[in-house]
Design a protein around this ligand. Structure first.
Ligand SMILES: Cc1cc2nc3c(=O)[nH]c(=O)nc-3n(C[C@H](O)[C@H](O)[C@H](O)COP(=O)(O)O)c2cc1C
Length: 176
């Protein structure tokens, strides 16, 4: 089921996200904090910069390489057209090709993976990333922003894709 963003909640969400990320970075993600920052990769998808803002906070706290997922063929500017395209891609299992290339993913031990909820799911470009790059043996830490309806099946999908990852800890973000 697609739930549309509650635009008046977006700012509140961002604040909640910041608090939770802050908590994570001082406790549950301490393995990332104590690790050499050249072993940390922060990958994110962001259309309107909410997830980007969280990714940048994580980088400020733990260091690491920040990578935005970009598509060979970007989604339309128009929100409704993007929603329709995403619904179709989810129905058909289409994996949009990524313009972003990550050099030597094997050199990273910790991968933060951030994405917004789209159609109550993981966005198709994030599926493309997880199909393309092998994260087995790494610590994978997903984080999410949404418009108040929650992460949906996004974290569950991360778990399914990275079953062979060493460890994963989902950051439960957003309100709803
Ligand atoms: C195509 C699309 C579908 C979305 N579907 C949902 C949804 O199902 N539930 C929800 O809470 N928010 C949904 N949103 C809102 C985004 O998850 C939310 O605004 C998020 O914080 C945007 O992150 P960004 O600024 O990093 O792109 C959707 C946004 C888009 C563009």
């Amino acid at each position: 089921m697609l739930k549309h963003p509650k635009s008046n909640k977006e700012m509140n969400n961002a604040i909640v996200l910041l608090i939770i990320i802050g908590t994570c970075l001082t406790s549950g993600c301490s393995n990332a904090q104590s690790m050499s920052s050249d072993k940390i990769l922060i990958v994110y998808l962001s259309r309107t910069n909410n997830t980007k803002a969280i990714a940048e906070i994580i980088q400020r706290n733990v260091g690491g390489t920040l990578v935005a997922l970009e598509l060979e063929k970007p989604y339309p500017e128009n929100y409704q057209q993007t929603v329709q395209q995403v619904v179709k891609e989810n129905e058909t299992g289409y994996l949009p090709p990524l313009k972003t290339k990550i050099d030597s993913i094997e050199k990273y031990d910790v991968v933060f993976l951030g994405f917004p909820t789209w159609d109550m799911k993981m966005p198709p470009p994030v599926k493309s990333f997880l199909h393309q790059y092998n994260l087995s043996g790494k610590t994978v830490i997903p984080f999410n922003t949404n418009a108040g309806y929650g992460v949906g099946s996004g974290f569950e999908s991360v778990r399914n894709y990275v079953q062979r990852a060493k460890y994963w800890k989902a950051l439960k973000l957003g309100v709803g």
